[in-house]
Design a protein around this ligand. Structure first.
Ligand code: G1P
Length: 308
């Protein structure tokens, strides 16, 4: 069955970015000149998805406005001869059908997904967590679709993480089937290093079969008193086979300030226009940083409070 629909989970509070996220959805944070969520939409459109259901919550209206037409802006740009810019602004809303549903209480990723149940219906679909970005996102998704076609069942994107990071992710107990393709034997949400069955972590892209909805309806709250998707997947695993694809290329975690900065620098350095200039400026700053401090103490942050 062709996968036509996707869910984008965008209901979280973005607490790691407060106070910024008090009035701005974290999915609208920029990565270069596009908001984070646009990368998800582009990836889905590129992989042939026709409709995305964005799960939002209070204070996320900027996302809807962003993917809507802006006739005045388009016209103003066209009148000023900025035809290409005008087209770019319009194209943002034509990539695929986007619809929205609100998660009315913050009760976890599994609970958020249930809000999309009626819009997805009885077909397999993609789930995207926009904070996780892949260098080759579209190809990763298409490879996952191939695996789903070949084996059926759910397919999870995954990547190897350092020992110190296993506590931050859902960790897979893998059995290798072929290059970068695994059968998932078990799955543990944010285990200790001792509990972790491997270093293979689940990374923000899932192909899910619709039976996950009925399972999540009956999954009790787990970690943090939230309905965890991983708990639902563990239950599903007992009924039907599940697979993981170890994604190729770089992966960025834009869900924390440090990770978002890292993703920004990585993308900017690869950009042919701003990359070379940015590289010069980073090198200059690193030299300054290594030079003996003349006035202010080196331990004194430039903008106090930003990094705490
Ligand atoms: C969620 C999932 C986790 C997965 C991670 C990927 O965790 O629960 O299994 O590994 O996304 O980013 P969260 O980042 O919401 O804590």
């Amino acid at each position: 069955m062709k996968i036509r629909k996707a869910v984008i989970a965008a209901a979280g509070w973005g607490t790691r970015f407060l106070p910024l996220t008090k009035t701005m959805p974290k999915e609208m944070l920029p990565l270069l000149n596009k908001p984070i969520i646009q990368y998800s939409i582009e990836e889905l459109a590129g992989a042939g998805i026709e409709m995305a259901v964005v799960i939002t919550s209070q204070g996320k209206r900027a996302i809807e406005d962003y993917f809507d037409r802006s006739p005045d802006l388009e016209q103003m740009l066209a009148e000023k001869g900025m035809v290409e810019k005008s087209r770019e602004v319009r194209d943002v809303c034509n990539m695929l059908d986007v619809c929205y549903v609100r998660q009315k209480e913050q009760l976890g990723l599994g609970h958020a997904l249930l809000a999309a149940r009626n819009m997805i219906g009885n077909e397999p679909f993609v789930l995207v967590l926009p904070d996780d970005l892949f260098e080759y996102g579209e190809q990763v998704l298409m490879r996952m679709m191939d695996i789903h076609r070949q084996y059926g069942g759910c397919v999870l994107a995954s990547a190897r993480v350092a020992d110190k990071d296993v506590t931050r992710y859902g960790i897979i107990g893998p059995e290798e089937l072929s290059n970068r393709v695994y059968r998932v034997k078990n799955l543990i949400e944010k285990p200790s290093l001792a509990e972790a069955p491997s270093n293979l972590a689940v990374m923000g892209r899932y192909i899910l079969t619709p039976d996950i909805f009925e399972i999540l309806m009956n999954t009790p709250p787990g970690r943090n008193q939230e309905i965890q998707l991983t708990d639902g997947l563990q239950r599903l695993l007992k009924r039907s086979p599940m697979f993981a694809y170890e994604a190729e290329g770089e992966r960025y975690d834009a869900g924390s300030l440090a990770g978002w900065l890292d993703a920004t620098f990585a993308m900017a350095l690869k950009d042919p226009v701003i990359g070379p200039e940015l590289k010069q400026s980073i090198m200059r700053r690193l030299q300054l940083d290594n030079a003996p401090a003349k006035t202010a103490s080196k331990d004194q942050p430039v903008l106090p409070g930003i990094l705490n």
